[in-house]
Design a protein around this ligand. Structure first.
Ligand SMILES: C[S@@+](CC[C@H](N)C(=O)[O-])C[C@H]1O[C@@H](n2cnc3c(N)ncnc32)[C@H](O)[C@@H]1O
Length: 268
């Protein structure tokens, strides 16, 4: 019998297979969100931090923005293929203050209070135990340290099961998108006081979203995911607000991705 694949194996498989496409998408489109996350976090830190940690850094999207503003930065991720992209992205920008580590967000290999600031971009939804990751971030920032994240959320009023079914059909490494209430509940549980939140909505092309996950229109995963999205065109039960745009013979399926920025401080 073949050994059971762990969730982390699935994450590594997905992001190794799509490393090129994902790095190009994330480095090319998410820098402004990295800048926004830091703008929201800085007012809550007494001074620009000497050291900062980017958890699940992937191709270095948030790491390289952080490294322009903090003295020393560490990026940690479980997928070596993406860390290679992060290394190249930092080198390309001449950033000599970045260390990249292969490791697990739910077992951070750092001592208590090692970094006054820890951030995490678009990754908690890939972790079966996001509470453990937040708890680890709270531990490594130490008392009064700042933990700031941005992640996708299920919009208010939507059906979380349908939303997550669509995500998992597209990507087997997707664990769970939380509702805003669930996500904020994790911060309370990890003893992190929420200081600021900011919702965000971005319109995305379905085809591009599938391409970033490694699927073309002929692939079974593409067809199955598209069927689920199209079945929701009228009702919008999923919260993705799928819609067809453009001319009838060149219609494009687009949808809305909803995210939440959260900045928090570890209680003393
Ligand atoms: C959607 S990507 C986001 C990457 C990066 N933060 C960005 O925005 O470009 C999710 C990342 O989470 C990483 N990841 C998932 N589970 C992880 C874990 N338990 N520990 C460390 N990294 C993890 C994946 O390898 C991947 O790089």
């Amino acid at each position: 019998m073949a050994p059971r694949q762990s969730h982390q194996d699935r994450v590594r498989e997905r992001f190794t297979r799509t490393a090129e496409a994902f790095a190009s998408f994330s480095l090319g489109t998410r820098s402004e969100e990295a800048t926004r996350l830091l703008e929201l976090a800085w007012p809550h830190l007494p001074s620009r931090p000497v050291a900062a940690l980017d958890v699940a850094c992937g191709p270095g999207t948030f790491t390289r923005v952080l490294a322009q503003q903090a003295a020393r930065v560490c990026g940690l991720d479980v997928t070596p293929a993406l860390l290679a992209h992060a290394r190249a992205a930092c080198q390309q920008q001449g950033l000599g203050n970045v260390a990249l580590v292969c490791g697990d967000a739910t077992a951070l290999p750092f001592a208590e209070a090692s970094f006054p600031l820890a951030i995490c971009g678009y990754s908690l939804h890939h972790m079966p135990d996001p509470r453990a990751a937040l708890q680890q971030m709270a531990r490594v920032v130490g008392p009064d340290g700042v933990v700031a994240i941005v992640d996708i959320v299920v919009p208010a009023g939507a059906d979380p099961e349908l939303n997550n079914r669509i995500e998992r059909t597209r990507d087997a490494s997707h664990a769970r998108t939380l509702t805003t209430a669930e996500l904020l509940g994790l911060f309370a549980w990890a003893d992190l006081e929420v200081l600021a939140t900011e919702p965000s909505q971005i319109s995305r092309s379905f085809d591009e979203w599938m391409r970033v996950a490694g699927w073309q229109p002929d692939d079974a995963a593409y067809r199955k995911t598209r069927r689920l999205m199209e079945a929701d065109l009228e009702e919008n039960s999923s919260g993705f607000r799928p819609r067809l745009t453009g001319e009838v013979d060149e219609e494009e399926l687009v949808f809305t991705q909803t995210s939440l920025f959260v900045v928090s401080r570890r209680r003393l």
